[in-house]
Design a protein. Structure first.
Length: 172
């Protein structure tokens, strides 16, 4: 898929005004303070350089294990003698981290997961567990429904309190 810079519409984050929300009866700042995320919101509310963002993202590629393997496979297709050799022996950089590769004004730019974690002051590691049991039978359902909908039965968006609606909107 080919994109041109002028094809991108940059959506500048809308600032979250916790003071105004609290004034109107929806004090949700405490949830983000408890998670130490207020600095993250301060960063989101900062300046946005749209031309740099467009220039970066039209050239961006995610470089992960799959991309690294594809890079090795392409080298072997060009020169079959490289089969069985290490990345270094093929003249490639060793794969260490998943990163976003791009360029801005012909300068290579790499963004690592650790850098994103450092900027938002969060741990960059995490885990993804696949194959979990059916969420309809989860032991957490009653607790989540009681918290979100004040009932043990699953509710709908319209059943959420205003506070929970704002939390959902901000998190989305």
């Amino acid at each position: 898929m080919s994109l041109e810079e002028w094809d991108l519409n940059v959506q500048v984050e809308n600032p979250v005004d916790f003071v105004s929300l609290a004034h109107h009866g929806c004090d949700i700042k405490k949830y983000y303070e408890a998670q130490d995320l207020i600095n993250y919101f301060d960063m989101l509310n900062g300046p946005t350089y749209m031309n740099l963002i467009r220039h970066f993202w039209v050239r961006a590629q995610v470089y992960d294990h799959k991309a690294a393997q594809l890079e090795m496979d392409e080298k072997i297709l060009i020169d079959p003698n490289l089969a069985g050799k290490s990345r270094e022996e093929m003249g490639l950089e060793p794969f260490t981290f998943t990163k976003i590769r791009s360029s801005i004004m012909e300068i290579s730019v790499f963004i690592l997961e650790e850098q994103i974690g450092w900027v938002i002051r969060r741990a960059s590691e995490g885990r993804f567990v696949s194959g979990l049991d059916n969420n309809k039978t989860s032991p957490w359902n009653d607790k989540v429904n009681k918290t979100m909908f004040n009932s043990t039965k699953k509710g709908k968006y319209c059943d959420l309190s205003m506070e929970h609606k704002f939390l959902l909107k901000i998190n989305n």
